[in-house]
Design a protein around this ligand. Sequence first.
Ligand code: PMP
Ligand code: GLU
Length: 401
Amino acid sequence: MEPKISLSARVKQIKPSPTLAVNAKAKALKAAGADIVNFSVGEPDFDTPPHVCAAGKAAIDQGFTRYTAVPGIPELREAIAHRFAEDHGWHYTADQIQVASGGKHGLYNMAQALFGPGDEVLVLAPYWVSYPDIIQLSGATPVIVPLTEAKDFDLEPEVLARYVTERTKGIILNSPSNPTGSVFSRAALAAVGQMALKGNWVVISDDIYDTITYIDGKLPHILDVCPELMEQTLVLNGVSKSFAMTGWRIGYTAGPKHIIAAMNKIQSQSTSNASSVAQKAALAAVSGPQDFPRVMKEAFVPRLDFILKTLTEIPGVTCVKPSGAFYVFPNVSAYFGKSFKGKPITGSLDLADYLLDEALIAAVPGIAFGADRFIRFSFATSMPVIAEGMKRFKTALANLS
Ligand code: PMP
Ligand code: GLU
């Protein structure tokens, strides 16, 4: 029966976050007693560092439990500005920074402040699952630009050029990328930077994985190769990944004052401010010792080596070596067209369902990232879990005929 109250056209356009949906399903199965190997959600398997937790506890004990300034407490914004200056040499004032309830919420604020019907926003596929939906919620149109495995999922400016129109208002860059782990090259960033300057696009640089890289030297950044873009670039970051703080929900954006002010207007009429207690914890993370992300990254290296080696030994599977983040994104399309007990595997959704039902492995189908020939495994989980999961994966693929 049709419910009495209808829903908005806006909400009907979007879908729930597929990464969170697979994770919820895996957790429910696990709670019901199933021996699930969970490669689904992207969150570090580390605990939040003790000094950060202590700052959160102290905030509660000291009664720091009231509304804060809409853009975030001044000392946190100062500390974030200091971090950008120290890490990158970018000089922001505190009124060029907004603290929001997670990086995802920062993106939402940006899209609401910048985009509307008639605007087109370039999104590179494979993309993080939430980009298209957040853009759609603003009324704008996400324009999906394919990146290729053959080019290690680097930006291809000449391909991008084919998707540009006079309605192009912005582009989202994510390097290292979720889900591919790719890092964009300086040359490609420089070419795209020139296109952005020419077209007056807003550049959204989602740097949430920038502390987790497996490359030598500094991570290339569009603002370093094209500093003239400063007036039209929003840099998004947060503590979820770098300080294992996914549940605290703190992310931040740095950019031109008038855009940050517009985002603050949106925030003042929606969440008011990010959690006061979580902001104090984030302050300890951002202003304290910066060795935690490095320690975490060092723990990821042997896991990456192991998972990549195992995957590429499986007949028909290919996988670009990630240069950052904690995901592998193998191409599994050689198994499409095969079946199990008469049930065909037609694409990544079928494969992910088969893996969950028959091998008790939770992974996110590539179609959720706009790339159906692939599947995503997060290796932010322990080595024994990865070893068991890969053993099951290998067997499950071998059982398809
Ligand atoms: N960007 C990317 C690419 C992500 O993978 C995520 C997922 N955590 C986010 C932004 C947002 O993270 P959070 O909201 O936890 O800060
Ligand atoms: N970004 C993480 C992921 O891709 C967390 C889940 C989400 O925020 O969608 O798994």
